[in-house]
Design a protein around this ligand. Structure first.
Ligand code: AMP
Length: 184
């Protein structure tokens, strides 16, 4: 976990290669639903475009279904989920029911001032592929992160699962720190 633009998606994709397990990105799955114009996608688009969170029920449903796919058997990387305390509670129950557990929760940190600029850089590099990658929405997503998601740091610290990694370091160093934190 970590604020928007900190490098969660970048690191998750590298870990997919290194660990041979899939990345479950609720943001990617929602963007896929928007591209396919499904009912869920249509409902989520407006919410995502303004930088708010889609409902806990929707993302919990997405993750629960995705975890049952055979490619998740050897393990999985959750990217962008959970993002609220109710989502984390639902994840805990879901994992228990499925006989699974989290090995670790990795928090990637960065100086706040750098994040909006990083999102703007991503918008440039991807030719504006993400409708929520502009400065105004990036600031909104940062606010939402602080209010609803940051409390999960204490939540998982309390469960003894939290590992913190400095996201200001070069990409390779961040990867090495995450692998070290996972004992992988
Ligand atoms: P991301 O790709 O993780 O930055 O997510 C992009 C957007 O998708 C977020 O700003 C939310 O609108 C939505 N989203 C992704 N994951 C979640 C989640 N776990 N809970 C609620 N909304 C989410």
């Amino acid at each position: 976990m970590g604020p928007p633009g900190v490098g969660k998606g970048t690191q998750a994709k590298i870990l997919v290669e290194k660990l041979g397990i899939p990345q479950l990105s609720t943001g990617d799955i929602l963007r896929g639903a928007i591209a396919q114009k499904t009912a869920m996608g249509l409902a989520a688009k407006e919410i995502m475009d303004r930088g708010d969170l889609v409902s806990d029920d929707i993302v919990v449903g997405i993750v629960s279904e995705r975890l049952d796919a055979p490619d998740c058997k050897p393990g999985f990387i959750l990217d962008g989920f959970p993002r609220t305390v109710p989502q984390a509670d639902a994840l805990g129950k879901m994992l228990e029911q499925k006989g699974l557990r989290l090995d670790a929760v990795v928090a990637i940190t960065a100086e706040e001032g750098t994040l909006v600029a990083r999102v703007a850089k991503r918008a440039n590099e991807t030719g504006g592929a993400r409708a929520d990658d502009n400065a105004e929405v990036a600031r909104k997503r940062l606010e939402v992160y602080r209010e609803l998601t940051e409390p999960l740091i204490a939540y998982y610290k309390g469960k003894g699962l939290l590992k913190t990694v400095d996201g200001m370091a070069p990409v390779d160093d961040v990867t090495a720190a995450i692998l070290h934190a996972l004992g992988a």
